[in-house]
Write a protein that binds this ligand. Sequence first.
Ligand code: PMP
Ligand code: GLN
Length: 381
Amino acid sequence: VNPIFGEAGTTIFEAMSRLAAETGAVNLGQGFPEGLEPPEVVEAASRALREGPHQYPSMMGLPALRQAVAASSKRWLGLDVDWEREVLVTSGATEALADAFFALLNAGDEVIVFEPAYDSYMPIIRRAGAVPVPIRLAPPDWRLPRAEIAAAITPRTRALVINTPMNPIGKVFSAEELRLLADLMLAHDLVAISDEVYEHLVFDGRRHQTLFALPEVRDRVVRIGSAGKTFSVTGWKVGYVSADAKLLTPIARAHQYVTFTTPPALQAAVAFGLNLPDAYFDGLRADLARRRDQLGTGLSAAGFEMAEVAGTYFAVAPIEGLDADGDDLAFCRRLAIEAGVAAVPLSSFYGARDVRSHIRFCFAKTEATLAEAMRRLARWR
Ligand code: PMP
Ligand code: GLN
């Protein structure tokens, strides 16, 4: 048994959802929305399921979805993407990430990963034979540490992974930060895996920005999106990759041996969704911004301190001063069992599990669910 997976525990998301189910806790742990699925997109899926086809679609993805992905890049970012040569559909962003790591990394390559990091990056990078090099962002503003990044780059560095908007901390990378990364990519001949699954979830008038929009590095960036986040259907597992054909071709070769393809009815529905008018995307953002504010008010009434959330549907709170004994995991267990609210410890987003300073709440829930969770927290405190 390979030790990377053989010795891995269950992911914290699964573990916390199980604990919430066992204890009856309100589940603000694992990131999944409640009550936000757009009915017209669900209807498009059910229509496609009735009408078929039901057999393997093209391994690159349905043309309608690849066209819609390219058209979205044009609509939201002003970018020209060639749907035939530069877009691939995958079974979720998780598969896209794995395909990219398998295709672009060789044994011994080093990959810069910013912590706190989404939990699938490092195990798959390691299983691809490469070496993750974590660089930690620090609260309260989680800014990119320029000197530390430059110092971490060696002749073996091949890639960097960025996630903007960033799970779990709600950070949105600034234009200056993207510029800094682009300069390093050019100076050291690096590629970037850009996980942009929360691209539509940016608040307070901010705009999503991507390395893929910087012309000097356009051909070095693998941009990854997910219908799970954009349409609040995390179980659908429809992801998409946009990249220059030189990068996309090997990624598609990996994809053909990992899943080969993705259910066609769901692809058709996601194509329909991506073509919805702006009002849908604006409405989702506005809705989530309201829920973020509801969480913030409730947390502060319960004595928690919520950090700023620029994007994603996650908010973190420091555990200092909360009688947590510096142990975020134990504190989350207590919260679920004693208070009846499930959250996720941020230590799970660190390879070494040694940073235990914060816990994460998902606020993509109904008002009633959030209100109940906040009542429970206030009562417990
Ligand atoms: N990247 C990040 C940062 C995520 O939060 C998620 C959500 N689980 C994923 C990738 C995976 O997305 P998908 O469900 O489309 O595989
Ligand atoms: N992306 C989700 C989160 O961060 C969870 C995905 C999963 O359960 N693997 O909570």
